[in-house]
Design a protein around this ligand. Structure first.
Ligand code: SF4
Length: 156
């Protein structure tokens, strides 16, 4: 069975910066959960950040991650990405479903680093690392495509 890495907040864990979650009730995620296919990770918590915590954004055009007060949390984000990658390796994961827009988990867009809700095409620190390892990374908005890819990998 192909295992799927998934952002913990999509499964209802209260791990977001504001202490909340982003639980998805999508039937594909529910089915995968019942099948025991999911490996749940929150890169920011794995990187040692607390919940709740200040919001963070990637400074546009750089690899730096900062909070609104200018605190540099790049090291924590990188540590969390490495820990997530280790989980992926340990479970032979080839597919990930990550929360869109996050500076860790975003896979097609992220905020622009000005904390003004402006978006840029791009990816979060963990999404980028997983892709560099050859994983197929999808957002929670692309679950049908992800399921089709998993079925293809399994030869269905
Ligand atoms: Fe969710 Fe990823 Fe943010 Fe953790 S780091 S709260 S898993 S989007």
């Amino acid at each position: 069975m192909i295992k799927v890495l998934v952002s913990s907040c999509l499964l209802g864990s209260p791990v977001r910066w504001d202490g909340g979650d982003k639980k998805s009730d999508h039937p594909i995620l529910q089915r995968w959960l019942e099948e025991g296919r999911l490996v749940s990770v929150c890169p920011e918590m794995l990187g040692g950040l607390p919940t709740p915590r200040p919001p963070s954004e990637i400074v546009a055009g750089t690899r730096r991650v900062t909070t609104p007060s200018g605190a540099d949390v790049t090291a924590e984000f990188e540590r969390g990405a490495e820990a997530s990658a280790a989980q992926a390796r340990a479970n032979a994961v080839r597919v990930a479903i990550l929360k869109e827009g996050s500076p860790s988990c975003g896979s097609t867009w992220i905020y622009d680093g000005t904390f003004s809700r402006s978006r840029l095409p791009g990816e979060g620190v963990t999404a980028a690392l997983l892709r560099s390892m050859g994983l197929a990374v999808f957002s929670e908005e692309q679950l049908e495509a992800a399921a089709a890819y998993v079925a293809e990998l399994e030869g269905a």
